[in-house]
Design a protein around this ligand. Structure first.
Ligand code: DAH
Length: 353
């Protein structure tokens, strides 16, 4: 063997020994990569030995070339098996880190819910549906004739004044934002013959100063029952059942004489104060009772307006504020809470039906 041969062959042996040692010593993926570059890279002993082969005669080049190739294979093999071991280790580590225990309770994403007012309206509507009523709706922009004339409201009635009601057509005062849901009664009766049993939830508007008990935009629920032989006893029984379903079975209700142009006789229904049970407290302003709704026997004038036979049919009607009902049902002292959209307030009703 000539001197350059011996030198190259020693270089190859050294490349193999050093390379195997470097690869064997690697403790993780980065140090293994470093070992690969140093033993198999362009500047490694192996590469240097290979480049010296080019200057050798054919015979030596072949025999040393074969050795160089086998050194390279062994180093590559050592590298690959190490790499596989690290990859497996890494995979194992990822399995540990990313393991999902499907039996653990999940994180609850925030869930929206129905607005407390909507819930109360649905609850009230449901009670009447349970008694055989159906839902009727009407427009929020209403004709004065349906809102006042058909409901027997005299021209001089204060509710007709633009300081009470929003008119849409200025001085003409024929078109308005309805201040109550009562015109829905007229629209419903116009389209059908008795028997009529309807509840009419809807938005209403009044030119009111906003405070704890008044809103200029609010919601009402109207009710109407017209049939043969309907009496005040039906009114009392129906509304009593309704109030007790909404507020609790053992709460007393009472009817108090009142006045509405479209009912005769007219009454206001009070519920026994659910806080003091009639003794008088702050919530009921020492009255022992809380006013819930207006009602009465439908004035024959109204039935005649829609062309019903007043000899044959009679009816009762009622109307209540949804905000008032909701605040009584949930002990909310200020109606404005329902419209401020403060999530802290609204969240307290999650799950409350
Ligand atoms: N519309 C009345 C109001 O807004 C409430 C009302 C009272 C409706 C008596 C009725 C009723 O149907 O019979 O104050």
């Amino acid at each position: 063997m000539s001197a350059p041969d011996a030198e190259t062959s020693a270089l190859l042996e050294k490349a193999l020994a050093e390379g195997l040692e470097l690869i064997g010593k690697a403790r993780d993926a980065p140090s293994l990569e470093d070992a690969r570059v140093r033993s198999l890279g362009r500047k490694a002993s192996l590469a240097r030995a290979r480049s010296s082969l080019g200057r050798m005669p054919e015979v030596q080049r072949r025999s040393l070339g074969a050795i160089a190739t086998s050194v390279q294979r062994r180093l590559e093999e050592a590298y690959r098996s190490r790499k596989e071991a690290f990859d497996a280790l890494n995979l194992e580590k990822r399995w540990q880190e990313e393991r999902i225990d499907v039996t653990l309770p999940g994180e609850n994403p925030p869930v929206g819910g129905l607005h407390p007012l909507t819930k109360t309206i649905w609850e009230i509507v449901d009670i009447f549906i349970g008694m055989g009523y159906r839902v009727a709706e009407g427009p929020e922009v209403e004709l004065a004739s349906y809102n006042f004339d058909a409901l027997n409201t005299p021209y001089e009635h204060p509710s007709r004044s633009p300081s009470d009601t929003y008119y849409m057509d200025g001085q003409d005062e024929n078109v308005l934002l309805r201040p109550h849901t009562s015109p829905v009664q007229i629209r419903a009766m116009e389209t059908q013959e008795p028997p009529v049993y309807i509840v009419c939830p809807g938005r209403t508007y009044r030119r009111d100063e906003i405070d704890a008990t008044h809103m200029n935009t609010f919601a009402q629920i109207e009710g109407l029952a017209v049939d043969e032989g309907v009496t005040m006893a039906d009114l009392k029984g129906t509304l009593g059942k309704f109030a007790r379903t909404l507020f609790g079975k053992d709460l007393d209700v009472r009817l108090r004489p009142s006045f509405f142009p479209f009912t005769e006789p007219s009454a206001e229904m009070d519920v026994e104060c659910f806080v003091c049970r009639g003794n008088g407290c702050r919530v009921c302003k020492q009255e022992g009772w809380i006013e819930l709704l207006g009602c009465g026997m439908v004035d024959p004038f109204v039935l005649e307006w829609v062309g019903y036979d007043v000899e044959k049919y009679s009816g009762f009607a009622f109307g209540l504020g949804a905000e008032r009902a909701a605040s009584l049902a949930h002990g909310v002292s200020d109606l404005r809470y329902f419209y401020e959209n403060d999530i802290r307030f609204l969240q307290t009703f999650r799950g409350v039906s």
